[in-house]
Design a protein around this ligand. Sequence first.
Ligand code: DGY
Length: 317
Amino acid sequence: MPPALYVARLLPDPVMAVIRERFRLTLPPAADPPSRKTLLEGFREAEAAICTLTEQIDQDVLIAAPRLRVIANYAVGYNNIDVAAAQARGMVVTNTPDVLTEATADLTWALLLAAARRIPDGHELMQQGAWKGWEPTQMLGADVAGQVLGIIGMGRIGRAVARRAAGFNMRVLYYSRAPAPSAPNERWRRVSFEEILAQSDFLSLHVPLTPDTHHLIGAKELRRMRPTAFLINTSRGPVVDEAALVDALREGRLAGAGLDVYEQEPHMHPGLRSLPHVVTLPHLGSATRNTRTRMGLMCIENIVAVLEGRPAPNRVG
Ligand code: DGY
């Protein structure tokens, strides 16, 4: 009999095809997030589970799943899982590093450029048929080329974002616990937290969400940034104090922001609406067909490894 798998959300077709061939689903996956009741039901008989960042996998879920051996998180971040509790019960937790690095770095740059050059405002004007013609002072934006890019968290994604800065002739400052491997030359410089806040024209966040990084950027930090600077966040919403960010933007203490993630997803602070240099996306960092398929296949690979008694290639914790 094929192993029992709970899949919390409907994944791309090529992934679902492999899943249906190799596993027995405990419940049919839905496009929307499962209710708590459905989640507990799905886990009950499962030997393995694939969950996403919208499912909170806590003690209660783990206790409800006596046969569970592996939880494959369909994300690189795994702050939605109580990893210590899972490990204490002998379960393996895995994530999906590497495969989403380039897609997330691309989206970070899309946000940066869109916020700096007011791409959504321009698009909206054209779509409404409201453009009256070229004007010398219309929708003036901020320069990107030659500016200073600050990166907090120089892991895989932070480094991929930094690599792209070479094409824009930007100087890269970064803040991280350790020097970045493969820093190309003097254009990447490791600096203090104070320095990165004070000197970045664009500050991009690439840290995991942990108790240490919760509200890493709050009112105090925003006050240390340049009033001409932009904050870009494609990591996790709670890394930024969203209310403090709204205050800084409204008071002109920060020029703009590009956000893919929010403190209370799917909700966004209403103050982030209709600000000229604020671009907001619905958590699309890894959302390319190829990347989301590779993430799913990676989850399967990890699950199969554990069920066959081999080490999981992407074990966390
Ligand atoms: C991740 O992998 O952590 C992303 O946020 C999911 O798209």
